[in-house]
Design a protein around this ligand. Structure first.
Ligand SMILES: [Zn+2]
Ligand SMILES: [Zn+2]
Length: 295
């Protein structure tokens, strides 16, 4: 299995001289199974440069998995050039949206209205299919399987685990640690804490032993308190999870859009210093546009 990062930025594309080393595109990860099946995790603006490379391998057959429908994970989708070319086929997977009461098929329809985009979905030439996923549903794509897990975010967010011939990668999309909404001593605290602990244990089990964990690390522990409830994790939480679950490699992503490359490296170095590496710890690295991992 091969993994390539096309977008690593959170919230909004952030191009410019200060982000040129790690990249300014929003989330998009290309996964290739050993047999060459193309699985695309999220469709942030990073899907646009990916799309251009795919023009060299027509016809394209792609399987897109959307973690959730916040703009930074879908706003590249109308610019996925293979949609415009006959003979290509794209299957888009994602969760049911409880707010609109629609399945994942709304994802293009909403973005491709004349108010926002000059071309209607009906004018696209590729064969496009949609699959709204049940929680925990397993999708088989050739030699790979993709399994979703419900994570914690202001909308439904599916983390996806891709397995192929004994190798595995888990991508969180956006995820915030579950936390107790009650104060200690309040009625309801203990019961709620049980639920929080159970959800975390379930996530630990799904992540356990994966070769690569690609995780939302938008904030430092110091930044987190004022961003609590926004739906994102910290470096420290990700490292603790990776250690508990015996992950081999942790890739920190969804970089804060205001963080320059220098600042990102400074923050990351401080996190690594403070976490006091232990023997057997996972390798920890920052995601970067163009970075490739070969499993
Ligand atoms: Zn996001
Ligand atoms: Zn989000």
């Amino acid at each position: 299995m091969k993994i390539r990062f096309w977008g690593v930025r959170g919230s909004i594309p952030s191009p410019g001289p200060k982000t040129v080393r790690y990249g300014g595109n929003t989330t998009c990860i290309e996964v290739r199974s050993d047999d060459g099946e193309l699985i695309i995790l999220d469709a942030g603006s990073g899907i646009f440069p990916l799309a251009q490379t795919l023009l060299k391998e027509l016809p394209v057959r792609a399987h897109v998995f959307i973690t959730h429908t916040h703009w930074d994970h879908i706003h590249g989708l109308p610019f996925f050039i293979p949609f415009f070319i006959p003979g290509n086929s794209v299957r888009i997977h994602g969760a049911y949206d409880v707010i609109s009461s629609q399945g994942i098929e709304q994802i293009m329809d909403v973005q491709m209205q004349y108010s926002y985009f000059p071309i209607r979905e009906a004018e696209l030439k590729a064969r496009i299919e949609y699959q709204t996923l049940e929680i925990g549903e397993v999708v088989t794509i050739g030699d790979a399987t993709v399994t979703n897990t419900l994570l914690n975010h202001p909308v439904i967010d599916f983390g996806y685990r891709v397995d192929c011939k004994g190798k595995s990668v888990f991508f969180t999309g956006d995820h915030e640690p579950w936390f107790n909404i009650y104060d200690e001593g309040d009625e309801g605290y203990a019961e709620y804490q049980t639920m929080v602990d159970e959800k975390q244990q379930q996530m630990d089990e799904v992540v356990r032993g994966v070769d690569v964990l690609i995780m939302d690390c938008a904030y430092t522990a110091a930044e987190y308190p004022v961003k609590k409830g926004w739906g994102h994790s910290t470096f420290d939480y990700a490292i603790a999870l990776a250690r508990r679950a015996g992950v081999k490699k942790l890739v920190c992503t969804h970089h804060e859009p205001t963080r320059s490359d220098d600042e990102l490296e400074r923050v990351f170095a401080e996190v690594c210093r403070n976490c006091q590496r232990l023997p057997g710890d996972p390798e920890i690295l920052l995601s970067r546009e163009g970075m490739e991992l070969d499993l």
